[in-house]
Design a binder for this molecule. Structure first.
Ligand code: NAP
Ligand code: MG
Length: 500
């Protein structure tokens, strides 16, 4: 079916849409409010952080700003030799220093790191937005506060592990190999490093190829905090670097966050190795909106869940299941809200939807959207003008979706929402659960009893009611089915870094 791409009434011509900027509903546009990048000093090139020293890699790779396609820096690529060096440095630091150190001393380092991150929060947020394309509002107001919170929370546990697991003698595991994705580069690093270190493990961390810079700045914070050499090692590179780390026999535990496809490869590689592992993988979360829901609040939740941060969120509410009686109203309000989203410069404080992280990811999104159109779903996009340079995708919805459509079943990881309707709670739950994933979901209703009934039947690790995308380090996080193995955060997350 041909895509319907005009304004909310369905009939606006492209010509009219082009004349206005930003807000097609009110006709207003915002004055640019760019965050300064003056406090960020990006070096021409970065080496690997191994054993407290900066070590040359086997090759170099470029990292770009996806909003401008400009090269930001060159970063070392760790080959098997450098990964081996890093694992050995981590082992040495584990045996000689970190394993023996009392929990309260380890905690002090983590508190120090947390405070330094708070002090340098703006610098980190700007760098994160430059390297990854996410809106500064997101990196400044969501990522950085959560990053500090993860270090603070786990710092507090470092000397209380015996109380966390009463009657047990929790022991650290040894060297943890950690591989993280590009959608929350610094937050995923904090999410992985803080519990590992609090529990007395040392770490080799592999950031994503397209977003290595904040992890390397974090290495500088570890230096500033005086963290003993080798306790954290950072090896940049692409998939092969991650693979070398996963397969290294000197690693005791693998913590991975990324796609289900790579997660499955890792699980195969780890079979029979005896290494512990936690895998946080993809998702295809559904919002269930009932006819008694607070509709405006729900629309805001949907927008937050899939369009802010370009849908680059594992928990992204990429499916909307709306009860038939309110479907037209919800879709009408949603389209109107989509027209008011500000798409563009990630460093502009008004921006809601930033740049797509890479050319490859943009290609993937375009491919799946084309598949949706080919399979017969009806697409609609808001009318924003996109910048000429960089990687961008307009907020997009699909209606008339069948359960079997690829846009309903597959993770798109872009600002694309597939909408379906349901009549009874049972039908809604059935549809929500009918994907290979089970990471997260949202329920919108006025009735507390319905919230309990529906959330207990939904097969998802994280569920929000009348809100969306709220995170806290005290809360365990993780998926069912193909969304992962194990939990991170809270006591469950500590347990994953300990022999109890
Ligand atoms: P990805 O392609 O799976 O990559 C994740 C990380 O693994 C990257 O550092 C990647 O390196 C590395 N890698 C690639 N191949 C590898 C291999 N064979 N062995 C070991 N490591 C390998 O995922 P992504 O595209 O970066 O991130 C998006 C995905 O992450 C989505 O599916 C999203 O749902 C998921 N995610 C899940 C959670 C969660 O908590 N459940 C949170 C955030 C994201 P390169 O960067 O060089 O490819
Ligand atoms: Mg980049």
């Amino acid at each position: 079916m041909a895509a319907e791409r005009a304004g909310s009434g369905g009939g606006r011509s492209r010509k009219v849409a082009k004349k206005r900027d930003h807000d097609f509903v009110t006709g207003t546009s915002y004055a640019p409010a760019p965050e300064s990048s003056a406090q960020v000093k990006i070096a021409k090139s970065y080496d690997l952080f191994i054993g407290g020293k900066w070590v040359k890699g086997s090759k170099r790779m470029k990292t770009i700003n996806p909003a401008t396609e400009k090269v930001l820096s060159e970063v070392a690529v760790a080959g098997p030799k450098e990964v081996d060096l890093a694992v050995k440095a981590a082992r040495k630091a584990y045996n000689n220093v970190w394993k023996k150190m009392p929990g309260r001393e380890r905690g002090k380092y983590l508190f120090r790191v947390a405070r330094l991150l708070q002090e340098r929060a703006r610098e980190f947020a700007v760098l994160e937005s430059m390297d990854g394309g996410k809106p500064i509002r997101e990196s400044r107001d969501v990522d950085l506060p959560l990053v500090a919170a993860h270090f603070f929370y786990h710092a507090g546990w470092a000397d209380k592990l015996d109380y966390a697991f009463p009657g047990r003698k929790p022991q650290s595991l040894g060297v943890a190999g950690q591989v993280i994705p590009w959608n929350f580069p610094l937050l995923m690093a904090a999410w992985k490093l803080a519990p590992a270190l609090a529990c007395g493990n040392t770490v080799v961390l592999k950031p994503a190829e397209t977003t290595p810079l904040t992890a390397l700045l974090l290495a500088q914070v570890f230096e500033e905090a005086g963290l003993p050499d080798g306790v954290v090692n950072i090896v940049t590179g692409a998939g092969a670097t991650g693979q070398a780390l996963v397969e290294h026999p000197g690693v005791d535990k693998i913590a991975f966050t990324g796609s289900t496809g790579v997660g499955k490869m890792i699980q195969r590689a780890l079979a029979k190795s005896g290494k512990k592992h936690t895998l946080e993988l993809g998702g295809k979360a559904a919002h269930l909106i009932f006819d008694d829901a607070p509709i405006n609040q729900a629309v805001e939740g949907i927008v937050n869940g899939i369009f802010f941060n370009q849908g680059h969120v594992c928990c992204a509410g990429s499916r909307l299941l709306v009860q038939e009686g309110v479907a037209d109203l919800v879709i009408r309000k949603l389209k109107r809200r989509m027209e008011t989203l500000v798409v563009g410069d990630p460093l502009d404080k008004n921006t809601d939807v930033g740049a797509i992280n890479s050319k490859e990811q943009l290609g993937r999104i375009k491919g799946l959207v084309a598949a949706g159109e080919k399979e017969g779903a009806c697409s609609w996009q808001s009318g924003q003008r996109l910048p000429g340079k960089g990687y961008w995708f307009k907020p997009t919805i699909f209606t008339d979706c069948a359960q079997s459509h690829r846009v309903v079943q597959e993770e798109i990881f872009g600002p694309v929402l597939a909408i379906q309707t349901f009549r009874t709670p049972e039908e809604g739950i059935e549809k929500a659960n009918n994907t290979p994933y089970g990471l997260s979901g949202g329920v919108w209703t006025d009735k507390g009893s319905k919230i309990f009934k529906v959330t207990s039947a939904m097969r998802a690790g994280v569920l929000w009611a009348n809100t969306y995308n709220k995170f806290d380090p005290t809360s365990p996080f993780g998926g069912y089915k193909e969304s992962g193995v194990g939990r991170e955060g809270g006591l469950h997350g500590l347990a994953a870094y300990l022999e109890i």
